[in-house]
Design a protein around this ligand. Structure first.
Ligand code: TMP
Ligand code: ASP
Length: 252
């Protein structure tokens, strides 16, 4: 097979040129990083789980009319996505205080927020993805006012959808991060949900026990990350439940 052209390699994914113009192949690696890659490991099977989970969430969003970059899954580790211009922001939605918000504002982790709060971080690894305000975004031209209105609308729709899907399987959606991209259609442009939605980019707590089922398991050394992600995938019906004898095959 001819070698594909690599477009970009990030911490958890590689992007290759797709088979048709305007498409990209998104490959999910097993690499896990935290704290701007100061902590690193290879977690066997993580890429396979995140490929399947992102497919599940993106397909569900498309079904309720939220546009995403997802076209189809190609194999265990790859999906075909629509090429787009990524807005250089990480868009975070929080329902419950945790992580950097708890640290920054001194709010105990687990405190229910009065309403969902949307935050923005500038995508810049050298600076450690700093928190920025809408004023910074407008003044430096990272996104227009119309973009920001669309971004908040998309982010809150993703929050409603993901919260409901998780609640149905006994999981609380504490917070999550999305990225948004711009696509051009004739004279029009619009924003779509891009990158990935997976337990790497969400905080997910078991409603009964409070057990962490997301990347905090890795960040905070709380146990097996693969077991946590497999639990999410099994509850959502994305991976079959094993009969106890064997674990689902995650390698390849
Ligand atoms: P934070 O509390 O560390 O700011 O994280 C908020 C949410 O964003 C959490 O669900 C994890 C996710 N996140 C990413 O997806 N990528 C990142 O680089 C960081 C720092 C957080
Ligand atoms: N993804 C970021 C990193 O690799 C941070 C994180 O998710 O905690 O450093």
């Amino acid at each position: 097979m001819a070698r594909r052209k690599k477009i970009y390699e990030g911490k958890a994914k590689i992007l290759y040129e797709g088979p048709e113009p305007g498409t990209i192949v998104q490959y999910f690696k097993d690499d896990a990083t935290a704290f701007n890659a100061q902590k690193k490991d290879v977690i066997e099977g993580k890429g396979v789980l995140n490929n399947r989970l992102s497919e599940f969430f993106m397909t569900g969003l498309a079904n309720i009319g939220v546009p995403t970059h997802f076209i189809r899954r190609l194999n265990m580790r790859e999906q075909l996505v629509r090429s787009c211009e990524i807005i250089p922001l990480e868009i975070i939605v929080r329902n419950t205080a945790a992580g950097s918000m708890s640290k920054r504002l001194g709010i105990e982790e687990g405190t229910q927020l009065p309403r969902p709060i949307v935050e923005y971080c500038l995508k810049n690894d050298e600076l450690g993805d700093p928190l920025v305000s809408e004023e910074h975004i407008a003044a430096f031209g990272w996104a227009s006012q119309q973009d920001m209105d669309d971004i908040v609308h998309l982010a809150l729709r993703v929050n409603d959808f993901l919260s409901g899907v998780m609640l149905a399987v006994g999981i609380k959606l504490v917070d999550f991060k999305i990225e948004v991209g711009r696509v051009y259609e004739g004279d029009f442009q619009r924003l779509i949900v891009a990158d990935e939605i997976s337990p790497d980019s969400c905080r997910l707590w078991d409603i009964e026990t409070g057990k962490h089922l997301d990347k905090d398991v890795f960040r905070r050394d709380l146990g097996s990350l693969t077991d946590a992600y497999t639990e999410v995938a099994q509850r959502l019906g994305v991976m079959p439940r094993s009969n106890g004898a064997t674990k689902p095959t995650l390698i390849n």
